[in-house]
Design a protein. Structure first.
Length: 629
């Protein structure tokens, strides 16, 4: 009797358990079968982090009530996927999703083996699946006037990436095909690629990395101009979403005025035009803003905080890129007290910024919406016109810079193609000034990826004529050196300049207008010129029409592509001090509809010829098989 009573108690308990959790008995009798599926719905037991997958579960018996199934990774807080088993069924399959972060646990430790479990209606289900996971590859994109060696600290078995179990690919490194052209000082007059052309090359490089690794997504790690190239890739080139995140080191999202110096020499074009604020703010950011759900994370250098230290940008900056320029588009931005050339090499950046992002665990990846077109336009200081010249060994050249009253800080910047020149400075008193490292913020940058070579500044400079004497040194090559020098002013007169259109059509008239004021009052102009750099790199200087404190000029752009303009004006104060100001502008002429149509016809004709050639080959092979048969 006691045995019968115990049996009834057990039966009742099992009945209650079954009603509360219909799959409990089935689970107790046989574990659930969990299956991982790839993007083609094929069963797999290994994958690369970030690849597109789905999860399927099959119970031992049909359920009597609808069951919500959540799939979990051991150590993860939230489900990675879910599905719903209908009444009377035993299986369901989740929607497809990217397995982002599967290689990492919450502590940033590699997890090459992941265990997938499931729960039904919040109750654990018996059964699990062990999956082998490989890490996502990291693709690195260098910046202006550089190459893959910018990432030497990250590459190879002793590199930063290998130390945490990752493999890095730097565009141009030869691991897979693809080389960017952002300029080279070994041949500075050669044309660089446009941002758009480099973005296409980046896309091909990513394709090759995917083929070599089986990865469907990569992390993009970029420095300087590499961020512009990557943004263009995401917006205009990428077809499938093959980037997990964009990690940015010192990209001037609103451009850098330092690019005016090499651009004035007609070298490293069109890159030196595309980097300038007038192009980035007025043209690029108006068109390139889609992110396709890819999160952006940026780091900005803040080494220079005193205005006298910064030769061609406002502060804080990393010498060539301001913090405001990095922050010009919406994204999280961290700051670090480093120079531009240090951001892609020092271990501190990797340890504190890059590595935590690469080790993002499951469930922690952001999905971002596209921001609106455009960007902030950080205020820039006023500049003089750029003085260019050539000096042979043993020669000296003098450059005169006029400083007007009201200027509180004057910074001088020189670009030298050989990085071998030196200079002396005579102030408005006529005496040579002994430059002091602390007082004048002297900076010398030997890295050719930057856009300046020498810089120094003066607080409360005496108004009048300042003379810079450019000298060669023992290291100046026999063919001499080209140089460009300009001054940046805080305070004093203000030149405002604009174009009537930023993206005109072919042969559409474009009017350039400039206005000079001081403390809001008009300053009559004595002369005004526009130095026009055309898409083919040719340079033409044109006189502008002057009316009072305003200068204007209308041109017809006769070819498509990017035009750069330096507007320079001269004036005098009431007490006779000369005023020299310049501003840089840019506009991009769109190809005509006829040209676009012709390009489409040519592309269609090319595809038709290719199909015809392939068809003839198929017919030949078919005929041969018939003959053999």
């Amino acid at each position: 009797m006691k045995n019968i009573f115990r049996g009834l108690i057990v039966a009742a308990f099992l009945a209650v358990l079954c009603l509360a959790h219909p799959a409990a008995l089935a689970g107790a009798q046989s574990p659930a079968q969990i299956t991982l599926l790839d993007k083609n719905n094929r069963s797999i037991v290994s994958l690369v982090d970030g690849n597109q997958v789905a999860l399927k579960i099959e119970l031992a018996a049909n359920v009597d009530a609808e069951m919500q199934v959540d799939f979990l990774l051991a150590g993860a807080d939230s489900p990675v996927a879910s599905c719903l088993i209908p009444v009377g069924k035993r299986a369901c399959q989740s929607a497809s999703f990217p397995a982002l972060g599967w290689f990492w646990n919450a502590e940033g430790t590699p997890q090459p083996q992941r265990e997938v479990t499931a729960r039904g209606n919040s109750h654990p289900l018996e059964g699990s699946l062990t999956v082998s996971v490989l890490p996502r590859p990291v693709v690195m994109v260098h910046g202006f006037n550089s190459d893959f060696h910018a990432w030497d600290k990250y590459l190879g078995p002793q590199g930063y990436l290998a130390a945490i179990g990752l493999h890095g690919y730097a565009v141009g490194d030869g691991q897979v095909p693809g080389v960017l052209n952002t300029g080279s000082l070994s041949n500075p007059t050669a044309r660089t690629n446009t941002i758009a052309q480099n973005a296409v090359i980046l896309g091909e490089y990513i394709d090759h990395v995917q083929s070599a690794t089986g990865a469907e997504k990569v992390d993009l790690l970029v420095h300087s101009m590499g961020g512009m190239i990557s943004r263009y890739y995401l917006d205009r080139v990428m077809t499938d979403v093959d980037v997990a995140q964009l990690i940015i080191l010192g990209t001037p999202m609103a451009g850098s005025d330092c690019a005016r110096l090499p651009a004035s020499l007609g070298i490293l074009l069109p890159a030196t035009l595309e980097i300038q604020p007038s192009y980035m703010v007025g043209v690029f950011n108006q068109q390139i803003y889609r992110r396709r759900g890819v999160p952006f994370y940026a780091l900005a250098g803040t080494k220079l905080n005193d205005a006298v230290q910064s030769p061609c940008t406002p502060v804080p900056s990393d010498v060539v890129v301001t913090v405001d320029s990095v922050k010009a588009i919406p994204m999280p931005v961290q700051e670090i007290s480093l120079l531009h050339t240090e951001l892609n090499v020092v271990p501190e950046v990797f340890d504190s910024f890059v590595r935590p992002l690469l080790q993002t665990p499951p469930g922690k990846f952001e999905t971002v919406a596209d921001p609106p077109a455009g960007s902030n336009a950080p205020a820039s200081e006023q500049f003089t016109r750029i003085h260019t010249g050539h000096v042979n060994p043993g020669e000296t050249k003098e450059v005169v810079i006029h400083i007007d009253p009201g200027v509180t800080v004057a910074n001088f910047a020189m670009y030298d193609t050989t990085r071998s020149l030196t200079l002396t400075v005579r102030g408005a008193s006529g005496k040579e000034i002994q430059l002091d490292a602390e007082k004048n913020g002297i900076i010398r940058v030997d890295d050719p990826s930057t856009m300046i070579y020498l810089g120094y500044g003066f607080k409360q400079p005496k108004p009048g004529k300042w003379v810079i004497t450019v000298k060669t040194t023992a290291t100046t090559p026999s063919q001499g050196a080209d140089y460009a020098i300009a001054a940046q002013f805080n305070g004093g007169a203000v030149l405002s300049a604009k174009t009537s259109s930023l993206i005109p059509k072919l042969n559409e008239p474009v009017t350039i207008q400039a206005e000079l004021t001081d403390a809001g009052a008009a300053l009559p102009l004595l002369s005004a010129q526009a130095r026009l750099t055309k898409p083919d790199g040719s340079i033409k200087t044109l006189d502008m029409n002057i009316q009072g404190n305003t200068a204007s000029l209308t041109i017809e752009a006769d070819r498509s592509g990017l035009y750069g303009i330096e507007v320079s004006v001269n004036s005098k104060t009431a007490d006779g001090f000369e005023i020299d100001r310049a501003a840089s502008l840019a506009f991009e002429v769109q190809p005509s509809e006829q040209a676009v149509t012709i390009q489409h016809y040519l592309l269609a004709a090319g595809i038709a010829l290719l199909l015809l050639w392939m068809g003839r080959g198929v017919i030949r092979r078919w005929k041969k098989r018939r003959q053999v048969a």
